[in-house]
Design a protein around this ligand. Structure first.
Ligand code: SAM
Length: 216
């Protein structure tokens, strides 16, 4: 099991995956695309309930593991596609549902715009989008301040190694090579800018959030 697969196996991530599924309102005839599918947390959960799943990820090792896990579970309706979610090798209108878990924060603002444009392009009219990701920022709003303070406390609890990590993180933030979580308000703006309709953006109690919408 690689490091990410261990994280994805935690009860917290299983809860997130179930939350995505509850927002997605799966239908038997859904053609699903999972963006940044990783080792398959969402794809494997969704596949038995829909027509098929295309699991997109830019890391071949992640997809190889996803395929192993699908084979072990006897799941045959997942196709793994090695691709960048900012430029999808998929037909216009080929998906009725797009899901994504903890992948968008790997993309900067432009990357998110490109990925959302691609998501819109491959969705059928009326198709649904459900994204779960880190949704917070380094602002002074109370939720952001609480989340950042909790993260710092957790890291510092590891003692000297934790303080070293805090210092490394501070340098990464200054150099702007940190992860790129977007705040819930930014998700609302991005969905509107890409002409998605019926947007619902929910900030969860922790760093995460859900952004769901439909293609008009
Ligand atoms: C934190 S993991 C989450 C994986 C999975 N969704 C889950 O919940 O277990 C993020 C995944 O996004 C993938 N990823 C990052 N940038 C990507 C991009 N531009 N296009 C496609 N996949 C990407 C990574 O390879 C990684 O597998």
């Amino acid at each position: 099991m690689d490091a990410w697969e261990e994280v994805a196996a935690t009860p917290a991530f299983h809860r997130l995956a179930r939350l995505v599924v509850s927002f997605a309102a799966l239908q038997r005839d859904d053609h699903v695309v999972d963006l940044g599918a990783g080792t398959g947390l969402l794809s494997l959960l969704v596949a038995p309930q829909v027509e098929n799943v295309i699991a997109v990820d830019s890391a071949p090792a992640m997809l190889a593991r996803l395929e192993q896990r699908a084979a072990a579970g006897g799941i045959t309706n997942i196709t793994a596609v090695g691709a960048d979610m900012r430029s999808l090798p998929l037909e216009d209108g080929s998906a009725s549902l797009i899901v994504s878990n903890y992948a968008f924060h790997h993309l900067d603002d432009l990357g998110k715009e490109l990925a959302l444009s691609e998501a819109r392009r491959i969705l059928v009219p009326g198709g649904r989008l459900v994204v779960c990701d880190m949704m917070f920022g380094l602002s002074f709003c109370p939720r952001d301040r609480r989340i950042v303070a909790e993260k710092m406390k957790l890291i510092a609890a590891a003692g000297p190694a934790g303080f070293a990590r805090l210092a490394r993180n501070a340098i990464r933030i200054i150099r702007r090579d940190w992860e790129h979580p977007a705040r819930p308000e930014q998700w609302e703006q991005m969905l509107a800018a890409r002409h998605f309709v019926d947007p619902v953006v929910v900030a969860l109690e922790h760093e995460g959030g859900i952004a769901a919408a439909r293609r008009a």
